[in-house]
Design a protein around this ligand. Structure first.
Ligand code: SAH
Length: 381
């Protein structure tokens, strides 16, 4: 906030920041409409949108002064009415394994986390879609927080832009990028915030800006069946499904959403997922919980189901990341290995995921919990 204020403290009197409209997160159509309202002539709108889009999403500027293809008068006018925002970084942590986690504060004081996971051949940004979550999955620490609200398109795109600021990734390099992939696997259920997630991902995929390919974006759902077809048709990114169990009684317990949409319905929606073919397999996430879902019978049933529904699939086995008071333990390494081998031997890829960023509570299911706890103990102190 303060840095924005400094950048914009030109000679022109400025409207208070809160009254300025954020250009980040607007679709091209909304941007054109916003510019039209300021008096930009109709026939110039397309060109102006193209120019501003390039500065905002390709160059990553946050100040209108830097938009040198636009006249000084118009830049001054734009900076009086609009802003180009970023979420405020509260803390930035780096794990011993190179994973980074940012705690971000939004305009209304709510907080979310974003995680960057560097690997040898790629770098994955894990983006949040909601503040908190409604799903209450029993093994997920994020799920012990209540849902506060959906994130706006600006707040979702803003996580990507903030991470690119931090990693020094402007202007958008076609090669040698650090953020090569995005997963909607942070806090929240993205299919419960469909419209905003859709708008944000379309901005991220737009070829004149950040230009991340849809093949490098994965949306993860706990199984919001009625939204899955639209996800494929309207967003058209890779799908991951948090399956975690192959029997309805167990899944009812660990993913309560299963009480609404049973495994059979979920797998039918996966089978029908637009574009689900071998080139675009569906990822099934499977958290390994000791004595709950980790037997060879479970592995066997998993293979049977994926075959019966004829789903081009890969399975990600996630060793359970513990948290204080969690009602589960992680499966033994030998059990995880046996499960993985069984599935692999039947022709379905089932790697065991190495937990990343555990020392900074950045691993799956651990998001925000630490910061919330810290805040509580700070206020208690
Ligand atoms: N709501 C969406 C997006 C969240 S993705 C979904 O459920 O898919 C977060 C992933 O981490 C999910 O697969 C979730 O099941 C998994 N996860 C949550 N808590 C975990 C834990 N303690 N250990 C390992 N994985 C966990």
């Amino acid at each position: 906030m303060s840095s924005l204020a400094i950048e914009q403290s030109e000679s022109m009197p400025s409207a208070p920041l809160a009254e300025k409209r954020d250009l980040v997160g607007l679709s091209r159509e909304e941007l054109a409409a916003a510019l039209g309202e300021t008096g930009v002539p109709e026939k110039a709108l397309n060109m102006r949108v193209r120019q501003i889009w390039h500065w905002v999403y390709y160059r990553g500027v946050t100040s209108f002064d830097l938009m040198t293809t636009i006249s000084k008068d118009m830049r001054d006018d734009l900076s009086e009415r609009f802003r180009i925002s970023r979420p405020e970084i509260v803390t930035a942590q780096v794990s011993s394994d190179g994973t980074r986690k940012w705690l971000l504060r939004l305009a209304d004081g709510q907080e979310v986390e974003t995680v960057f996971i560097p690997e040898e051949d790629r770098g994955t940004l894990c983006v949040s879609s909601q503040v908190g979550c409604t799903l209450n999955c029993r093994f997920c620490h994020t799920g012990t927080q209540r849902l506060v609200r959906n994130l706006t398109p600006a707040e979702i795109v803003g996580q990507v832009m903030m991470a690119r600021d931090e990693l020094g990734e402007w202007p958008s390099p076609p090669d040698g990028r650090q953020i090569t992939n995005i997963v909607m696997m942070g806090m929240g259920e993205p299919l419960y915030n469909f419209d905003n997630v859709k708008q944000a991902l379309h901005i991220v995929m737009d070829g004149d800006g950040i230009a991340l390919s849809k093949r490098r974006i994965t949306l993860s759902t706990a199984g919001v069946v009625p939204m899955m077809a639209r996800c494929g048709e309207e967003i058209d990114v890779n799908l991951a499904v948090s399956l975690h169990a192959v029997r309805n009684d167990i899944r009812d317990e660990i993913v309560p959403l299963n009480r609404k949409y049973k495994i059979e319905e979920l797998l039918e929606a996966c089978r029908a997922y637009p574009g689900a073919k071998n080139a675009r397999r569906i990822t099934f996430e499977y958290v390994m919980l000791k004595d709950r879902n980790d037997s060879l019978d479970d592995a066997k049933e998993l293979v049977r189901l994926l075959r019966a529904y004829d789903i081009p699939a890969k399975v990600n086995l996630i060793p359970f990341n513990p948290w204080p008071g969690a009602p589960y333990e992680c499966s033994d390494p030998a059990t995880v290995k046996a499960f993985s081998d069984y599935v692999f031997e039947r022709g379905i890829s089932a790697p065991v995921r190495t937990p990343r960023g555990q020392d900074i509570m950045a691993a799956c299911g651990q998001l925000k919990s630490a910061s919330v706890k810290l805040r509580r103990s700070e206020t208690a102190a």
